[in-house]
Write a protein that binds this ligand. Structure first.
Ligand code: SF4
Length: 437
């Protein structure tokens, strides 16, 4: 998840006189400019609300955001914020503070480590300098679901205790089936009803059914546009360098129920369509191989990931993010059902495998890169069996690398490069075998 973390290649010029002049930078597409404005507005509105005495919350990334949006609450997203800090290479002081003075384990999710240290500064208990000046303002309440992982539950419990604020929590449980049972829908729906009641009492807001319907419509439209933008990468060659879609995730993670996301995603779709029409692509070299990416982006090393793949003409055209925020439903029962089934980590292996095989076929992928993410152990846990079964069924080769979505210490550039080299050799052999009949 990214707080508008723009991909940047390391363009630092060498100091030799013979070095070629750096290529002129591609102008930022309008959709990215709009996205930057949206991100600024999110933080600014939260700041103003707090100044005006309103309560501001922090939320887990796949909490049913439409509830808060209907109530007109200002909400910020720690996972997204931590990703932004990691992508800008600002995580180190927070990681050190969390594992040192605060006494947390190195094994925790690095999003949690960055955020717990940040919260500790906001709470007056730590002195780490906040690189963004503290725009992730101190919350008055927390919104939580465990549909993405249970570590969030402990992380938020600690925040609540530390800052003496309430957590509004929806327990979805791990989904052992490839569908959502009606018993589970009723269990989650009852929690949603109670949460709305409690949240209204705590914030002084009132629930408006008509506004909820409108927010749901916006959210559905945004889900459709997000999935559509992802799907347009099935063209060969792809009109977009797939890594660029990571930049747009904040529109879905933090602003899923807002019309500003509709405008950003519509603009993004238009820009992709324009590339298709013109026969152009933002992938800067000839697309020789198409791959899928499994797991969270490795935010501190996006530039290195991209440079390495580009060197071999590999475009990442499919990722598990495409479906993660395509959450479709039409009422509160539907909301309960959809949010039980929204996150990869809440899916059983059968569902994960089926979704990935469908994507590999749809996007014409010739290989898969698995990010074995030290932070996200629940994801890694199923990944090994998933990659084995998918490869056995499809014959599509894969490689994996060790990394972390926010802790820069858990990655080796050399390992990533050699793993990609190995994948390229197998993909090339497969290509040659096909062309030789
Ligand atoms: S452990 Fe994984 S799913 Fe949970 S918050 Fe961290 S990155 Fe997200």
């Amino acid at each position: 998840m990214s707080e508008n973390a723009t991909l940047k290649e390391n363009t630092a010029a060498t100091d030799t006189a013979a070095a070629p002049a750096p290529k002129p930078k591609r102008p930022k597409p309008k959709s990215m400019i709009m996205l930057g404005e949206q991100t600024n507005a999110l933080f600014e509105n939260a700041r103003i609300a707090k100044e005006n005495g309103e309560k501001v919350g922090w939320s887990a990334s796949i909490f049913p955001q439409e509830i808060a949006e209907t109530l007109g609450l200002n909400i910020l997203y720690p996972e997204n914020h931590s990703a932004g800090i990691a992508a800008r290479h600002q995580a180190d002081p927070f990681l050190q503070e969390c594992e040192g003075p605060l006494g947390y384990s190195n094994d925790l999710c690095a999003y949690a480590k960055v955020n717990l240290a940040y919260a500790s500064v906001l709470n007056g208990e730590s002195n780490v300098e906040l690189p963004d000046g503290g725009k992730m303002i101190k919350p008055d309440f927390l919104l939580l679901t465990n549909n993405i992982c249970n570590q969030l539950t402990k992380w938020y419990e600690n925040l609540a205790k530390q800052m003496d604020i309430p957590v509004f929590f929806i327990d979805t449980c791990y989904n052992a089936y490839d569908y959502v049972t009606e018993t589970r829908v009723r269990y989650v729906r009852a929690q949603i009803d109670k949460l709305i009641e409690d949240l209204c009492a705590f914030t002084g807001k009132t629930w408006d059914e008509e506004r909820f319907k409108k927010i749901m419509e916006i959210s559905q439209r945004n889900s459709y546009l997000w999935e559509r933008a992802n799907n347009l990468l099935d063209r060969k060659p792809s009109p977009l360098s797939g890594f660029e879609l990571f930049n747009y995730m904040s529109a879905m993670v933090c602003n899923r129920g807002k019309e500003s996301s509709t405008a950003v995603l519509q603009q993004l779709n238009d820009e992709i369509e324009q590339h298709i029409k013109n026969g152009t692509s933002t992938f800067p070299v000839e697309e020789q191989f198409r791959v899928s990416w499994d797991g969270i982006a490795c935010w501190p090393y996006l530039g290195h990931n991209l440079r390495t793949l580009k060197k071999h003409g590999i475009n990442m055209v499919a990722s598990s993010y495409g479906k993660a925020w395509a959450i479709e439903y039409e009422d509160l029962d539907g909301m309960a059902r959809a949010y039980c089934f929204a996150s990869t980590n809440g899916d059983n292996a059968t569902t994960m495998i089926a979704r990935r095989i469908e994507a590999l076929e749809k996007f014409g992928c010739e290989g898969t890169i698995y990010h074995v993410n030290r932070s996200c152990k629940v994801m890694d846990c199923q990944m090994m069996e998933v990659q084995r079964q998918i490869s056995a069924r499809t014959g599509i080769p894969f490689t994996s690398f060790d990394g972390d979505q926010a802790d820069y210490r858990n990655y080796s550039e050399a390992q990533f490069e050699t793993r990609i080299q190995g994948l390229v050799e197998v993909m090339r052999q497969n290509k040659e075998a096909i062309s030789n009949g």
